[in-house]
Design a protein around this ligand. Structure first.
Ligand code: UDP
Length: 405
């Protein structure tokens, strides 16, 4: 995916800035290391970012550490504990975490001008630093971590030159430079690209969605923090006065027992109402999600706890002014009353749904503002610019003025 393909989509200034930053870093090498090539937002983003930076003449590489089930059980526990779910650790587990990273060093060339290590799985690699500037890129919510686990990770992270978090509230206190780089979406991916009328109508047909009735949508994993029951309650309040169909679309999450439980709860709660459509999407349903977001009249993301909330950016990019819970990264995206509404209750959500359904001019106006907000702030081009600026910044740390032109 070349930078020129974003011309006319991303803001002109962003592309011009990227050319300058890219020119400054031409011929330099940037290495990314994470723990998976497939699945999850980090891998998805790296797949999109790497070809772009390579097309700019930067030598970008992406390496993945390998581990066995025991390693990934441990790192999953680390992840959970850092996000605030208590877990128990033994000294052997921490030793194993380090040991697997040590073994990986034999297979990964860690030499690069800039090394971005993503998340806690490969964080111990800093012990094997050769040269270059090392940056720890944390994608997870560290706002309420389990203290002993946070301390272990801080011990490693503190050895880096800089760190990057996704939202200010998620940052750990570290003795090094900390940057905030908000997530972004790729307007050219299947999840976000323009679709043809035929592609959209095929999805409507597939899910039996009528063209002549308003659709209220939430796309989310079946997780209590996404409040699917609250969404149904809000819909029921609306339904007393306005006709609409509620679509709850999400993956069944077979590997997540709690996901199955929540799904069953939601199915039970929705029972008997043919206007509540629970759509179980298999993995890789990007075009379906894209089309559903375009088909919807009103999009909700009524989360009670949220990371950044990529679904909000995705829907806003499609011109939908989202009604979102005022949690996590959602208030970074929704400017209340301008390009969407922030809500704090089921009643609040119901009120805003009705406001939209009864005022299609406002819906359209706020939807246009939503798309422009995403264009200016949450496209992948902005995120690449942030990364390249950080490279230049760390290389020139301590200088009062850094010239990039
Ligand atoms: N998503 C998906 N299938 C689903 C539900 C969600 O592919 O069944 C996608 C969604 O479009 C978004 C991402 O998964 O790109 C979810 O990211 P978000 O930050 O909204 O929430 P998370 O699931 O990470 O808490």
């Amino acid at each position: 995916m070349l930078l020129s393909q974003y011309r006319g989509i991303a803001p002109k200034g962003q592309i011009e800035l990227l050319k300058i930053l890219g020119g400054r870093l031409k011929g330099r090498s940037i290495l990314n290391v994470n723990s998976t090539k497939a699945g999850g937002g980090v891998a998805e983003l790296l797949h999109r970012i790497m070809p772009i930076i390579n097309s700019m003449g930067i030598n970008g590489r992406w390496e993945v550490i390998e581990g066995d089930n025991r390693f990934f059980d441990i790192t999953k526990k680390i992840h959970n504990a850092l996000q605030g779910n208590p877990e128990t650790f033994t000294e052997e587990m921490w030793d194993y975490h380090f040991e697997i990273n040590r073994q990986n060093v034999q297979n990964i060339d860690l030499g690069a001008d800039f090394v971005f290590i993503h998340d806690p799985q490969p964080v111990p690699l800093i012990k094997f630093r050769q040269n270059g500037h090392w940056i720890w890129r944390c994608h997870i919510d560290m706002s309420t971590p389990q203290p002993d686990v946070a301390q272990r990770i801080t011990d490693y992270a503190g050895l880096y030159e800089s760190s990057i978090f996704s939202v200010d509230k998620f940052a750990l206190q570290l003795p090094i430079h900390e940057f905030v780089v908000l997530p972004s979406i790729d307007p050219l991916s299947d999840k976000n690209r323009e679709l043809t009328a035929l592609e959209i109508s095929e999805v409507a047909k597939k899910f039996d969605l009528p063209p002549d009735r308003p659709i209220v949508l939430q796309v989310s994993r079946f997780d209590r923090f996404k409040d699917p029951i609250g969404v149904i309650k809000a819909y029921r309040m609306v339904k007393k006065y306005n006709d609409c169909i509620l679509v709850l679309a999400g993956s069944p999450a077979k590997d997540d027992p709690e996901g199955e439980e929540v799904l069953a709860e939601v199915q039970n709660f929705a029972e008997g109402d043919p206007d509540i459509r629970i759509l179980l999407l298999p993995a890789f349903s990007d075009i379906e999600i894209n089309a559903l977001q375009r088909l919807a009249d009103v999009v909700l993301q009524k989360s009670l706890k949220e990371g950044f909330g990529l679904t909000v950016s995705e829907a806003m990019w499609k011109g939908k002014p989202v009604i979102g819970g005022a949690v996590g990264g959602i208030p970074h995206q929704i400017v209340h009353g301008i390009n969407g509404f922030l809500v704090y209750s089921e009643e609040g959500a119901a009120f805003r749904i009705r406001q939209y359904l009864n005022n299609t001019d406002m819906l359209k106006r706020m939807g246009e503002a939503a798309r422009e907000h995403i264009r200016n702030n949450f496209l992948i081009t902005r995120q690449i610019g942030d990364y390249l600026s950080i490279c230049i910044g760390v290389e020139n740390a301590g200088k009062a003025v850094i010239e990039i032109g």
